[in-house]
Design a protein around this ligand. Structure first.
Ligand SMILES: [Zn+2]
Length: 318
């Protein structure tokens, strides 16, 4: 018999499930769009279908449990997802009980940033690192702290949310209600918004070509691509976003002084545009802590980190 754990990664657009063995090998994977607007019941049915597809027909597989990482906030005590922000209509949606009933195995629910960080700790860039901080920079900014292989938790098991630390109190209003949150200044949608705001100053920008002349189509990847091609607007916006990103990173180093920070997410595909600003910011700040010893590295597991880390919660806790 081969013992396997299903690791589920539920994001705002896609749900993935992977069958993972005790050595962190991904034996099978399945995914589907989540289409949150169809409602939580339809979503749950889709999650079950994706898990069943990943399990396939393996007579020699023994399912030990299901680890579930969901775009937060999640309520671990109720085993429910509370996220109407990125999953419209998903407010107090139980997932642990229905999956436990359907599959007859233990189910653990965690925040997606936490499980992605655990994945990097178990099998990725942060293998065995005692104090590992993980940052996912994409449509938002997810953060997680792993201490001695355990997810750091706030009171009542809550998930600290570094993406909503305030970087500029005069900044744009975030969906959380605060002004100038880290993710409202440095994540993908913020990069696109900042490019749109300065379009008139750069009438011949390559960014507008990439968006086929429609400012509403501009996304962070277009801005990053234009920057790599030397476009002035792209470079200006990426420089600003990198600076904002670096400020948040410096705060995290000052607060936690982790051995390692791993960086992942869609925007990090443009890491070469961010790293010089990060290095400068870290060198210019943090005289009170040994910041130069903090290793800042790209994550290794890509979009598999969430599934692998979710599975690890079962291997780790039984
Ligand atoms: Zn916020």
């Amino acid at each position: 018999m081969v013992a396997v754990v299903i690791g589920v990664d539920l994001g705002g657009t896609v749900v993935r499930a992977g069958a993972i063995d005790q050595d962190a090998n991904l034996l099978a994977v399945s995914q589907a769009p989540i289409e949150a607007y169809l409602g939580a019941q339809a979503g749950l049915a889709r999650i079950i279908a994706v898990i069943e597809k990943a399990l396939g027909e393996h007579a020699d597989w023994h399912l030990l449990g299901i680890g579930f990482g969901a775009t937060g906030p999640v309520d671990r005590r109720l085993g429910a997802i509370q996220n109407p922000f990125t999953l419209p209509g998903w407010e107090n949606v139980p997932v642990v009980a229905p999956l436990r009933e359907h599959f007859g195995v233990p189910v653990r629910l965690e925040n997606d940033a936490d499980v992605a960080a655990l994945g990097e700790y178990w099998a990725g860039a942060g293998k065995g690192v005692r104090r590992l901080y993980a940052i996912t920079l994409g449509t938002g900014i997810g953060t997680a702290l792993i201490c001695d292989g355990q997810i750091y938790r706030g009171l009542d098991g809550s998930h600290p949310d570094g993406g909503h630390q305030i970087i500029d109190p005069m900044g744009p209003v975030c969906y959380c209600g605060a002004k100038g949150c880290w993710e409202s200044l440095a994540a993908g949608p913020a990069i696109a918004r900042q490019a749109r705001e300065v379009l008139l100053d750069f009438p011949s920008s390559r960014v507008l070509d990439l968006a086929q002349g429609d400012p509403n189509r501009i996304d962070a990847h277009m801005v990053a691509q234009a920057a790599r091609e030397g476009d002035a607007l792209g470079l200006a916006v990426m420089e600003k976003a990198s600076w904002y990103f670096s400020l948040g990173l410096v705060n995290i180093i000052t607060l936690f002084v982790p051995e390692m920070i791993v960086l992942s997410g869609g925007v990090m595909r443009s890491a070469s545009l961010f790293m010089p600003a990060i290095e400068t910011a870290v060198n210019d700040h943090n005289i009170m802590v040994p910041a130069s010893q903090v290793r800042i590295l790209p994550a290794q597991l890509g979009d598999q980190a969430g599934m692998i880390g979710a599975a690890y919660t079962i291997y780790q806790n039984g």
